[in-house]
Write a protein that binds this ligand. Structure first.
Ligand code: NAD
Length: 362
């Protein structure tokens, strides 16, 4: 098994170091090879995704990614900005399915802005299609309007589109994922207004015929946005398009209160994947040793489960994270009165101690 380790910028290097430490105590045989990406790669090679990094990612079973970006690169031409590395990896590896779990840990119920009874026990999975929709549809651009409300005025436009195979493959991913959970899928669309999403709904309904054991319901995106804050536990697996998924996955993630706890996975059709925390490079706290490494450590657990076929090792990491939270250790972002504040390294060490203790005591 080969893992490409791409820490990136800002807190990326600090949090990925902790995830690598955790992977190293699992007694599994991996080859882990590091490479530069993002601003760090731009500084060294003049490009955020150098050919050597892309080659390594392509020949690996999985990519463990930290975060990229810093305000200082905001003036660069768009193709040279650190964030382009993520788009380049998604495109070149064909990563079309984005998994974002939103799990509320018992000990962190108070971190949510929702009432505890709405959020306690929350465990939902948002599956977002990642390579189609209005973000990539052509044509797009600016022009002079020939019709509409203001003919002759300058206007901008994008194209929303989905092909049948694109919808079929993401629907299958969602139904398969639901089979391993509570067998419920909510497909989110805007079929009442958009032709693209009427087609989406029709195709998801057709694919569902192959999964009679899974319950399927459809919901308009505006209602889904409301239901996520009104009664989030109603959902289990949510599948949706690129733009709606972009927004809803951030909304669902924030239900849990801390961005430092949220892993994500982006997979292609051969289960090769890119695993990264949902947060960015946090330049405001970079280098201070205070970042929460748990989202990255939990991303490594997802990597073991989805790309490396090591579900037991994934369980061990996830259960160690729960033990550490139960013991009262907290990084600053999840700290509350009565808990003990620790730094990035101490948090990583505590997860390792919880894993090894379990191994020793059986
Ligand atoms: P951010 O997620 O980096 O930070 C938002 C806030 O959350 C900050 O206050 C930060 O300190 C805090 N935070 C984030 N992760 C944390 C952690 N693990 N522990 C404790 N606190 C944490 O978002 P931003 O500030 O909007 O963006 C910073 C940079 O990151 C930008 O250059 C942006 O483009 C980039 N970015 C990259 C990714 C990615 O690499 N996938 C995603 C989002 C943003």
């Amino acid at each position: 098994m080969k893992i490409a380790v791409l820490p990136g910028d800002g807190i990326g290097t600090e949090i990925v170091a902790e995830a690598v430490k955790v992977l190293n105590v699992l007694d599994l045989k991996f080859e882990m090879e590091p490479a530069l990406v993002g601003g760090a790669a731009y500084e060294a090679h003049g490009h955020p995704l150098p050919d050597s990094t892309l080659k390594l990612a392509k020949e690996s079973d999985a990519v463990l990614f930290g975060a990229v970006g810093d305000w200082k690169y905001d003036k660069l031409d768009r193709p040279l900005r650190p964030e382009q590395a993520i788009l380049g990896l998604r495109k070149n590896l064909g990563l079309f399915a984005n998994f974002r779990p939103a799990i509320c840990y018992e000990q962190l119920v108070g971190a949510s802005s929702l009432k505890p009874e709405l959020i306690a026990g929350l465990d939902i999975l948002i599956i977002r299609e990642l390579t189609g929709d209005i973000y990539f549809g052509q044509p797009r651009g600016r022009r002079t309007a020939v019709d509409g409300h203001f003919p002759g005025a300058e206007e901008a436009f994008d194209t929303m589109r989905y092909s049948r195979p694109e919808i079929e493959r993401i629907a299958r991913v969602a139904f398969e994922a639901a089979r391993k959970r509570s067998k419920r899928v909510t497909s989110v669309d805007k079929a009442n207004v958009l032709e693209t999403f009427q087609f989406w709904k029709d195709v998801v309904t057709e694919v569902h015929k192959d999964y009679p054991d899974v319950e399927l319901d459809h919901m308009y995106v505006d209602n889904a946005a409301m239901q996520l804050v009104k009664a989030p536990k109603k959902f289990d697996v949510v599948v949706t398009g690129n733009m709606f998924g972009d927004i809803l996955s951030d909304e669902a993630a924030m239900l849990t209160g801390s961005i430092g706890m949220l892993p994500s996975a982006s997979l292609n059709s051969s289960n090769q994947g890119l695993y990264e925390p949902s947060h960015g490079s946090a330049p405001d706290i970079a280098g201070k040793g205070v970042a929460n490494p748990l989202a990255t450590i939990l991303s490594a657990a997802m990597m073991l489960r989805f790309s490396l076929n090591q579900p037991e090792a994934a369980d061990r990491i996830e259960s160690a994270v729960k033990d550490v939270l139960a013991s009262g250790l907290r990084t600053g972002d999840i700290w509350s009165e009565g808990t003990k504040r620790v730094g990035t390294r101490e948090m990583g060490d505590a997860v390792i101690a919880a894993i090894t203790k379990k191994t020793i005591t059986g």
